[in-house]
Design a protein around this ligand. Structure first.
Ligand SMILES: Cc1cc2nc3c(=O)[nH]c(=O)nc-3n(C[C@H](O)[C@H](O)[C@H](O)COP(=O)(O)OP(=O)(O)OC[C@H]3O[C@@H](n4cnc5c(N)ncnc54)[C@H](O)[C@@H]3O)c2cc1C
Length: 208
C-alpha cells in the first residue's frame, strides 16, 4: 500500500480502500438507469457531478489511512467530523521520544527547540518511572509537537471537503503537506475522480 513521508518524522499510509472510479460512476449512473459508456463519457459525468455538487456518488469510495502527525496537526484534523478516528492513547501507551522539528530553523534556535523537547521527555519519563505518576497525568507535560498515530476512515466525498480546505493556502503549512500527500495517494487509487477534482476544484480555487 502507498506510503508518503511527511514532515521530519510523520507519514501517511493507505491501510485499506474500497470502491474507486468504477464504484462512483456505477452509483452515479443509477440516476439515469445507465452504465459506464467509456472514459470520455465517464469523465463528462464526473465533471457534471463536481460542478453541480452532486456529491453522494463519491461516498461509494472509502479509504482508511494510517497517519502519524504532530498533535497540533491532529487537533486541526479531528475537526473534520464526517470521518472515523482511532488514535493511540497516552493514557495506556508510553509516549515515544519523537517530536516535530521544522525544517527551516536556524542552528541556534534548533538547539533550543531540541533541548526543550528533550527536557520535557526527561521529566515525563522520570515522573512515570521514579515517581509512578500515572501516564494520563504525566502526558500533560509534553509539548503539542509530539507525534501521535491514528487510523482515519473517510468516504470520497468527505475526503474532497478535507482536501479542499486543507490544501488551501489559508491552512497551516504542516497540515497542507499531509493533505498534498493524501491527494497524491488517492490519485493513484481513483485517478479519474481525483485528477478531475484537482483540476476542477483545487486548481480553480487556487489551492495548487
Ligand atoms: C484555514 C482554516 C482555519 C480554521 N480556523 C479555525 C479556528 O480558528 N477555530 C475553529 O474552531 N475552527 C477553525 N477551523 C475549523 C473549521 O471551522 C472546520 O471545523 C473544519 O475545517 C472542518 O470542516 P467541515 O465542518 O466542513 O468538515 P466536517 O466536520 O467533516 O463536515 C463536513 C460537512 O458536513 C456538514 N456538517 C457536519 N457537521 C455539521 C453540523 N453539526 N451542522 C451542519 N452541518 C454539518 C457541513 O456541510 C460540513 O461542511 C479552521 C479550518 C480551516 C480550514
Amino acid at each position: 500500500m502507498s506510503k508518503r513521508k511527511v514532515l521530519n518524522s510523520g507519514y501517511v499510509k493507505l491501510a485499506e480502500w474500497m470502491g474507486g472510479d468504477n464504484a462512483v460512476i456505477r452509483n452515479a449512473r443509477r440516476c439515469w438507469k445507465s452504465e459506464s459508456k467509456g472514459n470520455e463519457s465517464d469523465l463528462k459525468l464526473l465533471k457534471h457531478l463536481l460542478n453541480k455538487g452532486h456529491k453522494t456518488p463519491f461516498e461509494a469510495m472509502i479509504f482508511t489511512f494510517d497517519i502519524k502527525c504532530p498533535l497540533f496537526v491532529a487537533r486541526q484534523w479531528f475537526r473534520h467530523r464526517i470521518a472515523s478516528y482511532n488514535e493511540e492513547s497516552l493514557r495506556y501507551c508510553l509516549a515515544e521520544r519523537d517530536y516535530y522539528i521544522p525544517g527551516d530553523l536556524p542552528q541556534d534556535l534548533l538547539e533550543i527547540w531540541k533541548e526543550h523537547n528533550e527536557r520535557s521527555f526527561d521529566l515525563y519519563e522520570k515522573l512515570i518511572k521514579e515517581y509512578h505518576l500515572r501516564r494520563e497525568i504525566a502526558r500533560s507535560l509534553l509539548p503539542v509537537g509530539i507525534y501521535t498515530r491514528f487510523y482515519w476512515t473517510i468516504n470520497g466525498s468527505s475526503l474532497m471537503n478535507f482536501l479542499m480546505l486543507r490544501t488551501d493556502r489559508q491552512a497551516q503549512k504542516e497540515i497542507r503537506e499531509y493533505a498534498r500527500a493524501i491527494l497524491e495517494i488517492v490519485k493513484e487509487i481513483a485517478p479519474l475522480c481525483f485528477n478531475t477534482f484537482e483540476e476542477l476544484v483545487l486548481k480553480k480555487g487556487g489551492n495548487c
